[in-house]
Design a protein. Structure first.
Length: 546
């Protein structure tokens, strides 16, 4: 660990910063060996050391292992303090130790009232988690079939929620040995092993609950409930939280949305070197929770019902959330290829994201990327670092029609990427998983058989609006119509002009890819989310004065 990294991850607080701790916390004394934080604790306190030492221990491999020792002027904690998730490590006093203890409920107050200290804490918390994972921290173990849809869904959930984990494939020795240790068979996978024991074939909600990620939603009224934690939802959450709106953010999987499936984004303002979509999503998520936004996953909404002065949102677990306004930011997903057996191979050779989870299947082999947009281009470049050969397949005749110029140039100069124009995937072949793909050039009529076990599809866009009833106006493709589009719509009944992002349900707004007529770009979605908060403020002010 370099000196600068160590200084950032484990800084020493100034007297002024310790004074902030004293104002919001209280002094505590501990004896040698006293446990301040135990693994699995929820809502655990924050400790700043006045004298003595706090030893941080992790036990993911079965035996306690010393991670770091916090001395006078240093502090405990990592990102779990912000996200409200269980502690991954324990903290024990070494010798007589004096601390300032700040309750979990006051952590956000500390971050917002001491801005200089806030930056120091946030940087340290994030870097500590990275260092913990880099040091071999195991966290959650998933034992399962790499080609199983159920296994892939659980891994995606952990990936998006930044939960340290290790995957053990039952086709490998480690996976088979793990199954024998649990006295289980392959048909009982996926199996999850965590601090609470092991769980056989959990549903996603059961999985999240076992990890302490899924928590009950308070029976209180929110100013705005945001459905979907992609760029639009996260952008709205940051602005809503920072402007004092009581905000609830829900997602069926985790932060990031479709952007979280991008291997690298290089045209987002402020990041000239680019960054993975999952990292962008995680940063936005931490910003939102810093400002007091409540986040819950995996939660999906089944319906929205208008009640006196508020909306009731029916959740997948039977709970109802009360909210004065609602923002729909559920985004869109790539469409399934119109090829026989495509559904059968999903998770076993056909994928709709290109992250490190999926990329392992084409290491040193051939990968096929279908699509002509930026997501397809980013995927092709990412996979080219791992695969022996990448075919970029698109139906049209111009790679630059929908793709940014910088990506087109990189693809043209990549030695192991071959662009196939006028081409479609005609058929998929294989037994348990995909082994061969037939490509058809519609212009020449040529058919090409390719040995391939990974096809990445980035074609079309299907909006997540199927759960909304007929009171919402949609365009011919299912995207939500808003603002000027609905002024003359029979479904719009109020005697006023709708807000820019307002749907035909007054007080219900739409932002990002789910909205009709939007530009499918990450920065546009974030801006749309910010604009949605302006609409929320206008509506709440208009409602109050009416």
């Amino acid at each position: 660990m370099g000196d600068r990294t160590c200084e950032t991850a484990f800084p020493t607080l100034t007297e002024v910063e310790l004074g902030c701790m004293a104002e919001l916390g209280k002094p505590r004394s501990f004896k040698d060996g006293d446990v301040l934080i135990d693994i699995g604790d929820m809502d655990f306190p924050f400790y700043a050391v006045r004298s003595g030492e706090i030893v941080i221990l992790e036990s993911s491999t079965g035996e306690p292992h010393e991670v770091v020792v916090h001395g006078a002027g240093q502090f405990s904690g990592d990102v779990s303090m912000l996200t409200g998730r269980p502690a991954l490590v324990s903290a024990v006093a070494r010798g007589a130790t004096e601390v300032y203890e700040v309750p979990a409920a006051r952590i956000r107050q500390l971050l917002n009232e001491c801005p200089d200290l806030s930056d120091k804490l946030l940087e340290a918390f994030q870097l500590r988690r990275e260092l913990l994972e880099a040091a071999g921290f195991v966290g959650v173990r998933i034992i399962g079939d790499a080609d199983s849809k159920e296994t892939l869904e659980l891994r995606e959930f952990l990936y998006k929620n930044k939960v340290p984990h290790k995957f053990e494939d039952i086709d490998d020795d480690a996976g088979r040995e793990a199954l024998r240790a649990f006295e289980l068979g392959p048909e009982q996978t996926p199996v999850i092993a965590c601090s609470k024991g092991f769980i056989v074939r959990p549903t996603l909600p059961e999985f999240a609950e076992a990890l302490g990620i899924s928590r009950a939603i308070p029976d209180e009224r929110y100013d705005v409930t945001i459905i979907g934690a992609g760029p639009a939802g996260l952008g709205a959450a940051v602005y809503a939280g920072s402007e004092g709106l009581r905000t609830l953010l829900l997602d069926r999987m985790g932060p990031g949305g479709q952007t979280g499936q991008s291997s690298k984004i290089e045209n987002y303002l402020g990041f000239p070197s680019g960054l993975p979509g999952a990292e962008l999503g995680n940063r936005g998520f931490l910003q939102a929770v810093k400002f007091g936004v409540e986040f819950r996953a995996p939660f999906s909404v089944h319906g929205i019902e208008r009640k006196t002065g508020e909306y009731a949102l029916d959740l997948c677990n039977g709970q109802a959330v009360r909210s004065r306004t609602v923002l729909i930011a559920t985004g869109a997903s790539y469409r399934r290829l119109p090829v026989e057996d495509c559904e059968r191979f999903e998770g076993a050779g056909v994928y709709y994201a290109a992250t490190s989870v999926e990329a392992r299947y084409c290491r040193g082999k051939t990968a096929i990327v279908v699509g002509g947009g930026n997501s397809a281009g980013q995927a092709a470049m990412f996979l080219a670092r791992l695969a022996k050969k990448v075919f970029l397949v698109l139906r049209g005749d111009d790679l630059g029609a929908r793709m940014s110029t910088y990506l087109v140039r990189r693809i043209e100069h990549a030695q192991n990427i071959e662009v196939l124009l006028h081409t479609v995937v005609e058929s998929l072949h294989g037994e348990k998983r995909l082994t061969e793909v037939v490509l058809h050039n519609r212009e020449s009529g040529e058919r090409r058989r390719v040995d391939c076990n990974a096809v990445f599809s980035f074609v079309g866009a299907h909006p997540h609006t199927e759960w909304l009833d007929e009171s919402f106006s949609k365009d011919e493709h299912g995207f939500l119509r808003t603002g000027p589009m609905i002024s003359d719509d029979p479904l719009w009944t109020p005697d006023r002009t709708p807000c820019e992002l307002e749907t035909t349900r007054p007080g219900v707004f739409a932002a990002g890819d789910v909205r009709s007529g939007t530009t499918k770009r990450c920065a546009f979605a974030v801006g749309d989310g910010a604009l949605a908060v302006t609409c929320v403020h206008w509506y709440l002010g208009h409602e109050q004065s009416a």
